[in-house]
Structure formats: C-alpha cells, structure tokens
Design a protein around this ligand. Structure first.
Ligand code: AMP
Ligand code: GLY
Length: 432
C-alpha cells in the first residue's frame, strides 16, 4: 500500500515538493492544504489554511494520512510537529522547541555563541534606550533585527546612526512587528557573498543538499526593497567542495551535536543562510524548513527518492544515506505581480503555461496562482510562478529559464533579468 501524503502550504516551494513527492514509487496520493493552481494537477487541494493545526489534524485523521510535510515556518514554530506526533501521525520537521531556531533570533544567536559557531558579533536588548546607546558606541553600518517572525521584514541594515535609531524606534517603541519586536538583536554588519545551504538531519546524521543562491531584492543588481526571493540557482559555485566541507564541520555539526548532547534531536530540514567572507562562512540566520525559491532549483537536481529520505529522517535512519544528484545547473526565475513586494491585485489570467509545459528541461512551479471553476489559471499572490531552466552549464540553464519566462504572460508581470549572473561572474571572472 502506498502512502497518503499531506503537504502543508501554498507556495512555489510546496508545488515543487508535491512534484517531487509525486515521483516517488512510495506515494499513493497527495493532498495539499491549501495548495495552489499547480498542486491541483498533482493531487487534491484541501481548503484548510497552513495556520489551522487543529483542522489539519482532523483532516489527516479522517483521511488516514500516512505522512505529513510542512512547507512554511509558522506552523512549525507553533508546534505542529508535536501535535501530529502526539496523534501518532508521522510528520517531517523539527519540534516547536527547536523551530525556535527560526522563530526566535535571540534563541538562535545564543545557541550559535554557545556552540562556538561563526556568526556576527551581537548583543540582545529589551530596552530601547540601552539599544540606542549601544548603537551610538558601535557606530554604523550596523544591523538591527527583531527577535520573532516578522515575515522577512524584521531585519534592517542601517547605513547611518539615524537609520539605526529609526529602526530601534520602529521595532521597540512603535511595535511594528508586535510581540516579535519586544527583544532586538544588534549585530555587526558582514560584507561578503550570501549562500543558502540546506541539510536534512535526523538529529545525528547530517545529509547536505546542493548549495544554492537566492536573490532577495526585487530589482536587477540587488536594487530595491527586499522580497520573499525573486529567483535562485543551484549549484552555487561559491560553495566548492572545500567550502561545503567547512560549512558542515564548522556550522552544522557543532549545532546538531551540541543539541543532541542536550538531549534535543533536530529532525527535518535545517537551512543555513550564510555569508561567506574571506573564505570563512558566518551564519546570518537559520530557517527550519525548505527555502523558497531555493527548493524549486534544488529538487529538480535530486535523483534520490525524496519521500524515502523524509521517512528515514523521521525514523532516525539517515546513517549511511547518500543522495544522488543530477550534475546539471538549475536557474529559477520568479514571475511576480505588478506592485510586489508592495500591494498588488489578484485574479489576472495567466497565458502561455501550456506552451512552456511542452518544452524540455523547463519546469514551471506555481506559487500565487489559483484555478478558477472554469479551469483558468489566475494570479493569486505576489510571487506568482517560478520558471526553472535546467542545462549542462549555468549560462544555458539561465537561457532556458528566461526562454520559458518570456512565453508566459499576465497583466503587470515583472521579473529580474539577472538570476544566475553572480554564479557566472565567479565561474568566468574575466567575462564582462
Ligand atoms: P535574516 O532574516 O537574518 O537572514 O536577514 C535577512 C537578510 O539581511 C539576509 O539575507 C542578509 O542579506 C541581511 N543580513 C542579515 N544579517 C546581516 C549581517 N549581520 N550583515 C549583513 N547582512 C545581513
Ligand atoms: N529564500 C528565503 C527563504 O526561504 O527564507
């Protein structure tokens, strides 16, 4: 008997997870809650929000779900893994306690310090006046971070003391992020190149996935406001074998071993957002789930069975697991709604999806889309689609991704034109 799998979430990440899980011979049926216009074709979308754990549990019990995969961080931080485990339903992800690695930046930084893992020097404050005098003593540039989840907006890179003071005021006095800002971290600014390293771990064994690079700013050349991520590519040439080794031995091993010694087994995906400076990795943040849009460029490269890998993780049987990878490059471009990351309209009809579907080595993962009753696909979010090109070289993968992106249209669509260029610059430093 195959497995009935419930995937929680509705983004491009969740569509790519569903796509990969659908390829597993272990899978019998996929449910996505709430899913999107793309996951609709891979299984059944269930109209339950990712943030409604009780309804999700009731559904899982009714349908006799065999395995649950959680996409976004909020339910993990709220302890959905503990809830499903107490009902004896296997679920992939860390406990609520360990999900604080993402849910509380203070918790995360203090663990980093305790286990001697390289990260920017920092101080924690719960008092705005003390924070201000620290910033004055330190000088700018400096980084101000709200402790809790703030939908990716809780980090301010202050170039001047005025900006830093404004950030402290906004988070601590005006309480822009509510309770998430009752504590702040002030840390040194690190300059370097960013990379995302995701590992799968069962609390003892660490299995790394290929390195990728996200593009957080809305505009080409990293200009404009931050977004959820406008595109990614993998593998990232920034992380060669020696660097990958260094990251595992200096970041992930000390963390996972240190936690285990305290009787805490981290199970699931652990995502390290790292800054590499002078050949040394520093942790900027941890996430306790797959990255979005990183997953959309990592999973097409994974040849191994993802469901089997996840089951082994929850059963603590990762020892000896070696993943098989397609050596080709993937470049993924996010097609966004007009106005994103600010406000945007929904419901714009999307054309060209069938044309792209007929292309070899171009994948489209839906994010903010919805299927109407008449069967049309319309926009339903800020980040609408991910178009992923796969090829032997990074430049060809980039060409494929943009070839696909150009075939798709909806009113107001915009996307970055330079996804992959940072990797190309590293691979071909002389080229203009
Ligand atoms: P975080 O949510 O902690 O990853 O921060 C969001 C983004 O802010 C990161 O992806 C970096 O681009 C930037 N950032 C965070 N911390 C630092 C730092 N100490 N120095 C420079 N940039 C940072
Ligand atoms: N790509 C950034 C994130 O998933 O947090």
């Amino acid at each position: 008997m195959g497995k009935k799998v419930l995937i929680i979430g509705s983004g491009g990440r969740e569509h790519s997870l569903a796509w990969k899980i659908a390829q597993s011979p272990l899978t019998e049926k996929i449910y996505c809650a709430p899913g999107n216009g793309g996951t609709h074709d891979l299984g059944e979308n269930v109209p339950i929000k990712a943030t409604d754990p009780d309804a999700l549990l009731a559904f899982a019990q009714k349908k006799e779900i065999d395995f649950v995969i959680v996409g976004p961080e909020a339910p993990l931080v709220d302890g959905i893994v503990d809830l499903f485990e107490s009902a004896d339903i296997p679920i992939f992800g860390p406990s609520g306690e360990l999900a604080r690695l993402e849910g509380s930046k203070v918790y995360s930084k203090e663990l980093l310090k305790k286990f001697n893992i390289p990260t920017a020097d920092f101080q924690v404050f719960d008092n705005a006046d003390e924070a201000l005098s620290y910033v004055r003593a330190k000088g700018a540039p400096i980084v101000i971070k709200a402790d809790g989840l703030a939908a990716g907006k809780g980090v301010i890179i202050a170039k001047t003391l005025d900006e830093a003071a404004g950030a402290i005021d906004m988070i601590m006095r005006q309480k822009q992020f509510g309770f998430a800002g009752s504590q702040i971290i002030i840390e040194d600014m690190l300059e370097g190149e960013e990379t995302s390293i995701l590992v799968v771990t069962d609390g003892t064994t660490i299995v790394p996935l290929v390195a990728s690079q996200d593009h957080k700013r809305v505009g080409d050349g990293d200009q404009g406001p931050n977004t959820g991520g406008m595109g990614a590519y993998a593998p990232a040439p920034l992380v060669d074998e020696a660097m990958a080794h260094k990251i595992i031995s200096e970041v992930f091993e000390p963390l996972i071993r240190g936690l285990k010694k305290e009787g805490k087994k981290y199970k699931g995906i652990l995502y390290g957002g790292l800054m590499i400076k002078d050949n040394q990795p520093y942790v900027l943040e941890f996430n306790v789930r797959f990255g979005d849009p990183e997953t959309q460029v990592v999973l097409p490269k994974l040849k191994s069975d993802l469901l089997e890998l996840m089951i082994k993780t929850t059963e603590e049987r990762l020892e000896g697991v070696m993943l098989e990878w397609d050596p080709r490059y993937c470049v993924g471009v996010v097609l966004a709604s007009e106005g994103y990351p600010g406000s945007y309209e929904k419901g714009k009809e999307i054309s060209g999806l069938d044309t792209v579907a007929a292309q070899k080595d171009i994948y489209v993962f839906h994010a903010g889309t919805q299927r109407t009753e008449g069967g049309k696909i319309v926009t339903d979010g800020g980040r609408v689609l991910n178009v992923v090109g796969m090829a032997d070289t990074l430049i060809l993968a980039k060409q494929k991704a943009y070839q696909g992106a150009e075939m798709i249209d909806f009113n107001g669509v915009h996307f970055r034109r330079d996804i992959g260029d940072k990797g190309l610059k590293l691979l071909f430093p002389q080229a203009k």
